[in-house]
Design a protein around this ligand. Structure first.
Ligand SMILES: NC(=O)c1ccc[n+]([C@@H]2O[C@H](COP(=O)([O-])OP(=O)(O)OC[C@H]3O[C@@H](n4cnc5c(N)ncnc54)[C@H](OP(=O)(O)O)[C@@H]3O)[C@@H](O)[C@H]2O)c1
Length: 392
């Protein structure tokens, strides 16, 4: 849908996170183009209060109900509706009086808001890749049936989307998703047991939230992105390849049937894909530095190492298995990432637990949304039992 120069009214779900803050930065640079109607957070009430004072939304919601009083006290007299709890986030995501919902919530908590925003007939700029990993078929069918738009924010998918402008889908030979390789690309596998959360949180090229930073270190992030690309671009799994590109300048590429390859490039800065998604189909002027090619000097490429980083194989297997397998993989990964950050399991155990869960928990074919949402309690119980057993 082309909205021309009309001012767009936006919701920013997950406004207190890395993508949410970047989205608000992009919005601030173009106040004549965008206005914020709703903001939501998980538990960072302090930042949400600051953002509410700056952007003057109609309503804010915080998932953590214990923060409600703090919000109420600090925003009293501001004419801002204040809501709290998981259902409040979903309710704000479903309000129909916005042009576009930006979903920058991390993890499985983002799925229902994505689904409900589309159900309400809204277009969505989607950063929450977990929505598509868990329920890609349900969401893409909803988008199609209602004639809506899903604008990807993930830099790789934004790159592919940009490469496909003006192209015929049937001419795609393969999608090449690039990835930096994370902080452990050159570390020997024998040392993986000793990896600490602090080391895993030091990403070489991107500054991001904790969960995606650990996903990048295990390369599960690339696995999630393969599944995301499958649903977004309608290609076969074997047409999606992953290539390690440590400089993170080429954000992804598309090869066409005649052998021609298009790449989208830029500095590793999420403001660009966010701005492209919320401004589409226009390209808005940038407010950040340009690529200094001579300073970068060279771009290099290598294949991922499957033994060191089994996550890519696991994600491909889950995609091919279908049903609730990708949702199960995603939920167990998320729980394992937080267990690793709390020093309850080792780095290699993150992917180890996903493989165990996929081999032990029955997969449901053709799942409903309810079946997919039910994966979480089952996976939690399973994870608790294996972590307890390993401690004994
Ligand atoms: N960061 C990047 O550069 C990047 C790039 C590509 C894709 N992505 C994707 O974008 C999404 C967000 O990533 P991020 O790095 O911005 O994460 P983040 O910095 O951890 O921020 C996550 C946001 O979600 C909110 N949140 C957390 N738990 C919630 C819950 N249970 N209910 C409602 N809101 C909740 C957080 O609120 P509080 O902070 O208030 O708790 C925060 O606003 C992820 O799906 C990620 O894979 C991120």
């Amino acid at each position: 849908m082309f909205l021309g120069a009309k001012k767009r009214t936006l919701s920013v779900l997950g406004s207190t996170g890395s993508i949410g803050v970047n989205a608000l930065n992009v919005i601030s640079v173009c106040p004549d183009r965008f206005t914020v109607r709703y903001l939501t957070a998980g538990r960072n009430a302090t930042l949400l209060i600051e953002q509410a004072r700056q952007y003057r939304p109609q309503a804010v919601a915080i998932a953590d109900e214990s923060q409600y009083r703090m919000l109420k006290e600090n925003l009293s007299g501001q004419d801002i509706e204040i809501l709290a709890g998981k259902q409040a986030i979903i309710e704000l995501a479903s309000r129909g009086d916005v042009d576009l919902v930006i979903n920058a919530i991390v993890g499985m908590a983002g799925l229902e808001p994505t689904y409900r925003a589309f159900r309400a007939g809204r277009d969505v700029a989607l950063s929450n890749k977990e929505s598509l990993v868990m329920a890609g078929e349900i969401i893409m069918n909803l988008v199609k049936d209602k004639g809506l738009n899903l604008y990807p924010i993930d830099s790789e998918h934004s790159a592919i989307w940009q490469c496909l402008v003006g192209e015929d889908q049937k001419n795609i030979k393969r999608l090449i998703l690039t990835g930096s390789g994370g902080p452990f690309r050159t570390r020997p596998l024998a040392e993986f047991d000793k990896i600490t959360p602090a080391e895993a949180l030091r990403h070489p090229t991107w500054t991001m939230g904790k969960k995606i930073t650990i996903d990048s270190a295990t390369m599960m992030n690339k696995g999630l992105e393969v599944i995301e690309a499958y649903w977004l671009f309608g290609v076969r799994p074997e047409q999606i390849e992953v290539l390690i590109h440590p400089q993170s300048i080429i954000h992804s590429m598309v090869e066409f049937c005649d052998g021609s390859i298009k790449a989208q490039m830029g500095l590793p800065d999420m403001r660009l894909p966010i701005q492209y998604a919320i401004g589409y189909p226009e390209r808005l002027p940038k407010a950040w530095e340009s690529v200094d090619w001579a300073k970068i000097g060279h771009l290099t490429f290598e294949n991922p190492e499957p033994v060191k980083f089994p996550a890519l194989r696991i994600a491909n297997e889950a995609l091919r298995c279908g049903g609730t397998a990708p949702a199960l993989m995603n939920v167990v990964n998320e729980l394992a990432v937080y267990a690793f950050l709390e020093n309850r399991i080792t780095f290699p155990q993150i992917t180890g637990m996903i493989e165990t869960a996929l081999s032990k928990i029955p997969i449901i074919n053709k799942p409903s949304l309810e079946d997919i949402l039910n994966v979480e309690p089952v996976a939690r119980e399973f994870m608790a039992s294996i972590i307890d057993n390993e401690r004994k």
